[in-house]
Ligand binder design. Structure first.
Ligand SMILES: O=C(COP(=O)(O)O)[C@H](O)[C@H](O)COP(=O)(O)O
Ligand SMILES: [Mg+2]
Length: 488
């Protein structure tokens, strides 16, 4: 039986392909009866059509401009299997509580994408359509990658299970710190900060996003002094230690040269910034897979397109792409610190990094099920304006498989960097112990910290120094299906 044709949709080939301008829905980019295939890429866009633009036509335009369409009919469509190549918008729902915004559900046939290429996927899905005039704004909220396409990506070079084995550290979050000030230290002073932090009890130290090879400290000097600090701290503590050497550079050649030197010096980890771009990320992931190196991804720049709820790309989509592209550590937010992050939305990003199979969870912003096909797991990193006094909240929110990074919250300690590191390590171990004993750390956390501080001067001072710090602002990116108060 033929299905009834929706009003306005043209089925007569002569009319459909005669030259001129048709609506996107007339061109076949809307199909309310479409049943997505297991092999389709599925995308959920939040769209804000211009006044007077019909939501279905706007959704069809998104499907069109992110797949095969242009603004006018082209006869060359008929040289292709255009009926299946067209992406199809198949559902449009008003966003609850936000007049003028709609969720547009779009399906793409797998043939539209190159295997194992995030650059290709992004060129299609976020290539053109975000500047499209009939839309005031658009945001890619979530994506479901089909198993067939997931299997074309290699994923994290190391993954969180192997990382723990290499580091020989289990049953607790890892601890790190970003070296401060971000810019200006000489190599030798920089190396001292690394040594002090690691010796005091941190597992990792870290270059900041904007330290590359500036006149005050060229990259080779940094790497030499950092590894000197790492090796001395490892010898002094008997633990495996690391420091993320930022290999971000102007060209891929620079990036490889820096990574090779990090390897030569015996570093277990390198770092890149998100701003190096998708192809560079996949290249350095290949390099790291070959050389058994952990890749730390600092998501520098992401806020320019992830933060505002009405326009851009959600960080949950970025996290999915980064896991596929192949990073081992990923900054995923703190919920409690100085930077943007609604607690449940942030937990959704953590799930994307660590799940074997992601379930739908609307309150955490997860719209789709996602089978990760045994792809290695990414170690999420909580970093940005956090301190020892928040240890109970961090452990409660994120569990054990996370790196907690305290930059200012280590280096700003009044008794120095080692004392800052001791405070964090003692706070962490006291909290893990309390949790393992069955105590309700969310409620009792401050008391547990105070008790631990009776026997640890550095923790006492840390709690005193940062007791009044809070960043209690409304989040700009919350779920449309749950309201959660931000955690100060
Ligand atoms: O320098 C810091 C944090 O320093 P501090 O601990 O002194 O605040 C990092 O760049 C942020 O973690 C980035 O944010 P995100 O992790 O959200 O990408
Ligand atoms: Mg930083």
């Amino acid at each position: 039986m033929n299905k009834p044709v929706e009003e306005g949709v043209i089925t007569d080939a002569k009319k459909r392909y005669s030259a001129g301008v048709l609506k996107y829905r007339q061109m076949g980019y809307w199909d309310a009866d479409y049943i997505p295939k297991d092999t389709d890429v599925l995308c959920l866009f939040r769209i804000t059509p211009q006044d007077g633009v019909d939501a279905i036509e706007a959704a069809a335009a998104v499907a069109g401009e992110s797949s095969t369409a242009t603004w006018t009919v082209v006869w060359t469509d008929r040289l292709t299997a255009c009926d299946s190549y067209r992406a199809k918008a198949y559902k449009v729902d008003p966003v609850p509580g936000i007049p003028g915004q709609y969720f547009a559900w779009v399906a793409y046939d797998i043939i539209l994408f190159e295997e194992g290429s995030i650059a290709n996927i992004t060129a299609s899905l976020i290539g053109n359509v975000f500047s499209f005039k009939p839309l005031k704004a658009a945001r890619l909220e979530d994506i479901r990658m089909p198993v067939a396409l997931v299997k074309t990506f290699k994923g994290p070079p190391c993954g969180l299970v192997v990382e723990r084995e290499r580091l020989d550290k289990f049953g607790r979050p890892l601890l790190g710190a970003t070296t401060k000030p971000k810019l200006g230290l000489s190599g030798r002073n920089y190396g001292r900060v690394i040594y002090e932090g690691l010796k005091g009890g941190l597992d990792f130290m870290k270059d900041d996003e904007n330290i590359n090879s500036q006149p005050f400290m060229h990259w080779r000097d940094r790497f030499l002094y950092v590894m000197d600090g790492v090796n001395k701290a490892a010898a002094a503590t008997g633990e495996v230690k690391g420091s993320y050497l930022n290999v971000t550079g102007a060209t891929m050649e620079d990036i490889y040269e820096r990574a090779e030197f990090a390897k030569e010096l015996g570093s277990v980890v390198i770092m890149v910034d998100l701003i190096i771009g998708w192809s560079a990320i996949q290249s350095i992931a290949n390099w790291a897979r070959k050389h058994d190196m952990i890749v730390h991804m600092h998501r520098a720049g992401h806020g320019t397109y992830t933060r505002q709820k009405n326009h851009g790309v959600s960080f949950r989509v970025m996290a999915k792409w980064l896991r596929l592209a192949g990073v081992d550590h990923l900054h995923t937010g703190t919920a409690v610190g100085k930077l943007e992050g609604d607690p449940m939305t942030v937990q959704g990003y953590y799930n994307v990094c660590r799940d074997s199979y992601t379930r739908q969870d609307l309150a955490r912003g997860l719209f789709y099920e996602q089978d990760w096909c045994d792809m290695r797991k990414v170690m999420p990193v909580a970093s940005g304006g956090i301190h020892a006094g928040q240890m109970h909240q961090l452990l409660d929110l994120f569990g054990d498989d996370v790196i907690l990074q305290f930059g200012g919250g280590t280096i700003g300690h009044p008794d120095g960097i080692q004392a800052g590191a001791v405070a964090n390590r003692v706070a962490l171990e006291a909290m893990v112990k309390a949790r393992n004993e069955g105590r309700d750390i969310k409620q009792e956390g401050p008391r547990i910290l105070q008790q631990a501080a009776q026997f640890c001067g550095p923790l006492r001072q840390a709690l005193e120094t940062w007791k009044d710090v809070s960043f209690n602002y409304a989040s700009t990116d919350t779920s449309d299906f749950a309201t959660t108060p931000s955690v100060a």
